[in-house]
Design a protein around this ligand. Structure first.
Ligand code: TXA
Ligand code: MG
Length: 315
């Protein structure tokens, strides 16, 4: 057990967090999507600690976070598509999976031994300040125990990981609320995980539809692990109303109770998703959670992906 420090998102807090990271310790930090569990991506020890703290299977590779495109280019090979998408959408909720450069200097644990690497330049000002203060690449999966609901508040991080990590930088609630969109660009452009950047925006930028679905030859997102983002209570989707003993999680006008967005706004619903799933789980007691239908467009794709995994049979 370590004592997990709660650090404010001040220049002093960020400097302290960067010093801990340079010592190989783990620090959770806010991004615009969810809180990340950061460790030095060049250090086998730090990266091994990330897998341990989360209880994450080691075959599941991590996203590397960078302060800017120039730093990202030193780790991976950017073709014309990657350059265009980085110019259009970084910093922001987009992760690109690209061919790993031989001289990248990352711990092989980060990529789980693959010849590709997942890179992201986050937009959150605290994440950017931390990356600059640390001065290197940060491996950062979502800061939750593996298979559980991702954190969008500093308190969610301590609920799951207190005593297992050195510190949490508190940057308040995450504005986007679902993880980044992951686009594979090592071959044909493939949507590996729907997320905070709507797939429609990528398709417009690339000028055509994206391939979807896992590439059986390659390991991919915890997406591929059917049960993920799982609350304690069972989850029932596409519900019209709560059944006996169920907690209601609505979308748009309808029965009273918890609501992702009473106005039916998908951006608001994404920002509320993980927070309200946690709240519903606490209220559910021995019952379940009934969730209203959410449209499968824009951020709705990411919301439904997370909800389907929350509802999937548990291992
Ligand atoms: O928004 C986000 O992406 C958050 C914040 C903290 O940045 N991070 C996040 O990380 O969601 P994590 O570890 O929970 O999800 C990373 C995903 C995993 O599904 C993993 O399989 C995939 O990225 N991934 C990483 N490297 C990959 C690679 N080389 N090829 C295919 N998928 C990869
Ligand atoms: Mg995760």
């Amino acid at each position: 057990m370590t004592t997990t420090l709660a650090l404010p998102a001040t220049p002093e807090g960020i400097a302290r967090a960067a010093a801990l990271l340079r010592d190989g310790a783990l620090v959770a930090f806010p991004t615009e999507t969810v809180y990340g569990l950061g460790g030095d991506a060049r250090s086998d020890m730090a990266v091994a600690r990330i897998f341990d703290a989360k209880g994450r299977p080691r075959f599941n590779p991590l996203i590397v976070h960078l302060p800017d495109l120039a730093a990202a280019r030193s780790l991976a090979v950017f073709d014309a598509r990657a350059e265009a998408l980085a110019a259009a959408f970084w910093p922001g909720p987009l992760t690109l999976v690209l061919p790993l450069r031989a001289d990248a200097g990352l711990s092989p644990l980060v990529t789980a031994g693959l010849d590709t690497v997942a890179l992201r330049v986050p937009a959150h000002p605290v994440a950017r300040d931390l990356l600059r203060a640390f001065g290197g690449p940060l491996a950062a999966p979502s800061a939750n125990p593996s298979g559980r609901i991702s954190p969008t508040r500093a308190g969610h991080v301590t609920d799951g990981l207190a005593g297992r990590i050195a510190a949490v930088l508190d940057g308040g609630p995450c504005a986007v609320g679902v993880e980044s969109t992951i686009l594979g660009l090592a071959g044909e452009a493939r949507l590996l995980r729907p997320g905070g950047l709507p797939a429609e925006a990528l398709e417009a930028a690339l000028g055509g539809p994206l391939a979807t679905g896992g590439d059986a030859a390659k390991p991919s997102a915890p997406g591929q692990l059917a049960s993920h983002y799982a609350p304690r209570a069972p989850v029932r989707l596409q519900a019209g109303a709560a059944g006996p003993g169920e907690v209601w999680l609505g979308f748009g006008p309808g029965p009273t109770g918890l609501n992702l967005s009473p106005a039916g706004d998908l951006v608001e619903a994404a920002a509320n998703l993980f927070h309200l799933l946690r709240a519903a789980d606490e209220l559910a007691g021995d019952g379940g959670i009934a969730v209203a239908p959410v449209p499968e467009t824009g951020l709705g794709r990411a919301i439904n992906d997370r909800l389907r995994r929350a509802a999937a049979p548990r291992p």
